[in-house]
Every structure is written in C-alpha cells, then in structure tokens.
Design a protein. Structure first.
Length: 132
C-alpha cells in the first residue's frame, strides 16, 4: 500500500488516522507540526501527506508551500475544522485557500472514516509514484 505522512498537532487526530489507515494496509509516519513534517518528507519518500491547516510553529499553508518547493510531485491532502463565522462577515474558507495553494483535496473536521478513506483513495489513484 502507500506510505503516508500525517502532520497534525492534535494527538487524537493523528492516532485516529493511524488506526484507520493502518487497518487499510498503509504505512504511516505521524508528526505534530510542519517543521517536523518537512524533516520527515526530506528523510524518506512518501506517497501522500495529510496536513492540518492550523498548527503551532509552522502552519499548513507554510507547510504546503515548502513541500511543493522541495517535493513538487508529492500530493497533499489538507484538513481543518469548521469555519468560524463572524457577525456580518463571511468566514474565510481556509480549506479552499489550501487547495488554491496546491493541496490536491481537503477534509473538514470532524473527520468521518468513509470520507477519509475515499479522499485517500482518490489522491493515491492519481499519484505519479513515491515522491523523492
């Protein structure tokens, strides 16, 4: 199956993705922020990155840009929580912004197992092979 790098500051999200995706036969590496994600991506090839948008030290936007510079063929699937509405102003769609930066797809938290599996399958179906 695939080697997947998960970048998220929430340990529960990382653990949940590990249980779900390893059950499907994927190999996972879990890290807590974008800096650790970039280091992991530079150390070994991955087939897919699943990255949160909002994290300490290096957010998902910075992480996506850096991953695309260093590993242009590595697909990134981005995830984030619900948009926060402000009175009288539309909420920014951070997932759309991440896709505009180059993410191949997005998932809105709270994550649903069926949506995760479908999104991962879509990303892996179009990948060119492990990124180096």
């Amino acid at each position: 199956m695939a080697r997947i790098l998960v970048i998220d500051d929430d340990e529960l999200v990382r653990t949940s993705l590990r249980v779900l995706l390893e059950t499907e036969g994927h190999e996972l590496v879990l890290v807590e922020n974008g800096r650790a994600g970039l280091a992991s991506a530079g150390a070994t090839p991955f087939d897919l990155v699943i990255c949160d948008v909002f994290m300490p030290e290096m957010d998902g936007f910075e992480t996506i840009r850096a991953l695309h510079r260093r590993h242009p063929s590595l697909p990134v699937l981005v995830m984030s929580g619900n948009r926060i509405e402000r009175t009288g102003a539309p909420a920014p769609d951070f997932l759309r912004m991440a896709v505009d930066l180059g993410a191949v797809g997005s998932l809105r938290k709270p994550l649903q197992a069926s949506e995760i599996l479908a999104a991962v399958a879509r990303c892996l179906a179009v990948r060119p092979g492990p990124a180096t």
